[in-house]
Design a protein around this ligand. Structure first.
Ligand code: R5P
Length: 301
């Protein structure tokens, strides 16, 4: 039995292959057949190793969580002792509090679901607004939250030297400031109130925008309404152009069109979710984080 192997579904082949290449791990694509009734059959085509790294980004999460449940169960039955989940996008992290009584705190529930099946988890920019560490949501010793913000900052220093980086809401403050610090650029943060899935109100910070190039930065864009409204306001305040950079390119439904209509020029993202806007590769930071995790897990066998 090989020491470690990286497993992935077909949809993640490119990012998983890049990561396996950097780590020198064999990269094995899982076989998946979807039956007409929606259930699926899953097969690990080669005898797995003592330690398996499962690469699965968790946008469009409901079906993917069932896949992970079946895959983790299958790997345990096949005798895999240690399983690491690399999920560049980690789903269900935004519902982190019961806003009305009886409401499920999905962050904790999904976190426990994963912690019961995997020995370690590595993700990027999870939406941890009201908690300070990923471990509080995913109770594992190795629950590692990396950030793409410095890499986004490096990218922007090349693409938009002199730009002002603007976070559209208080929750983006940490990402914007980390990106700005790495880029050596000025930054500011707006404030936002959300009143519905597609309804937000934003108040810009008191900073001179006339004639400035502005780049909006956020952890994710989902409906695109947050970045679209921020862009409109920034252009109304006299900015010469506005672009946007996000870690997670969810871009649901008409999000890109809404953002373009609002005047957003370039839209860039990390490759945590496969999307034409991907410009920032996460594989190097994921690989650097996986090396010590794998050696800890191997020594704890
Ligand atoms: C929430 O606080 C996040 O950081 C994003 O700002 C939010 O998820 C964006 O959502 P949307 O694109 O639907 O406005």
């Amino acid at each position: 039995m090989a020491d470690s192997v990286l497993l992935h579904f077909e949809r993640d082949a490119q990012a998983a292959g890049a990561l396996a290449g950097l780590l020198g791990l064999p990269c094995v694509m899982l076989e998946r057949h979807r039956f007409p009734d929606g259930e699926f059959r899953l097969r690990v085509p080669e005898l797995p190793a003592a330690c398996a790294v499962v690469f699965a980004t968790l946008d469009d999460p409901n079906e993917k969580l069932v896949e992970l449940m079946i895959l983790a169960g299958c790997l345990r039955e096949l005798g895999v002792g240690r399983i690491v989940l690399v999920a560049p996008y980690l789903c269900y992290m935004r519902q982190d509090i019961a806003f009305t009584s009886g409401e499920a705190v999905s962050q904790r529930i999904v976190g426990r679901f994963l912690a019961e099946r995997f020995d370690a988890l590595i993700t990027v920019d999870p939406h941890l607004h009201r908690i300070s560490s990923l471990e509080q949501a995913v109770p594992l010793d190795d629950a590692i939250a990396l950030s793409a913000a410095p890499a986004i900052g490096e990218f922007l220093a090349r693409e938009r030297p002199g730009a002002l980086l603007l976070g559209p809401d208080g929750e983006s403050a940490a990402w914007v400031s980390a990106a700005a610090q790495r880029a050596g650029l000025q930054h500011a943060v707006a404030s936002k109130v959300r009143s519905g899935d597609r309804e937000v109100q934003i108040v810009l910070p008191e900073v001179e925008l006339a004639g400035r190039q502005v780049v909006l930065i956020d952890d994710m864009a989902s409906t695109g309404r947050t970045l679209a409204l921020a862009a409109r306001l920034v252009l109304q305040a006299g900015a010469s152009r506005v672009d946007a950079a996000v870690t997670h390119a969810l871009f649901f439904d008409d999000a890109l069109q809404v953002m373009r209509d609002a005047g957003v020029g370039e839209i860039w993202s990390s490759d945590s979710i496969v999307h034409p806007s991907n410009r920032i590769a996460l594989a190097p930071m994921l690989a650097a984080s996986l090396v010590p995790v794998l050696s800890r897990l191997k020594s704890s066998r």
